[in-house]
Design a protein around this ligand. Sequence first.
Ligand code: SAM
Length: 243
Amino acid sequence: MTHVHVVGLGMGPQHLTAEGAAALAGSDYVVAVRKDEHDELLEVRRRVATDHGLDLVEVVDAERDRADPGDYPGAVAAWHAARADAWARVLGARGGTATYLVWGDPSLYDSTLRVLDRAAERTPLTWDVVPGISAPQVLAARHRVVLHEVGQPVHLTTARRLAKDVAAGQRNLVVMLGSGASLERLAALPDWSIWWGANLGALGERLVAGRVGDVLGSVHAAREAARAEAGWVMDCFLLRAPA
Ligand SMILES: C[S@@+](CC[C@H](N)C(=O)[O-])C[C@H]1O[C@@H](n2cnc3c(N)ncnc32)[C@H](O)[C@@H]1O
């Protein structure tokens, strides 16, 4: 039987909680997915493993078929199944207690828990979850804002869904999983307010806030500057309709 501590790493080693460190101290190794040859976030995990005197065991990520965006759920399900096979092979062969370091928190746009569910159908496996600091939390902290107005909701969504969610009446959204191209869609909302951040808590961190129509150019430039400095870029933002 293999046991996995699924530990939220936050946006880097400085966010590892005492509970996460205790999970690492009780582990035989760290397991991590390699997405490509130059995986900067894998290197962050390697540093955490080394700092805790643990080996990092790599699972090479399954290829994801992005050819047919029409069947997004189908493509993701196939990808999760291929990932589960790879995880079951590595964890079944190695056994013992592993820590998997999730970027941010495992509850937000992360497939680890779904993949473990499926891997457990292939090899004897148990797991527990240690929460971490998510990107929206760091975004709110950096901008010193509350993610919603008093007593009001916040809608957490993806850049892919943004136009649909706005059309459906959402007025206060946190948007993740975007790209430079998806930022273009913000041009349709010039009077909304944005609090944007890239590479939060990491090399290349950039912040921009203001009226969308005034700051969209700065957001694009800051995104490119973050990528140039760190070699990678991830961003998210809070978007609020005018009162
Ligand atoms: C696969 S999701 C993982 C989210 C993560 N589990 C969390 O709790 O924040 C990746 C998305 O999270 C956001 N993100 C992750 N790290 C970030 C960072 N350092 N700065 C800004 N956004 C980040 C971006 O929207 C990115 O596209």
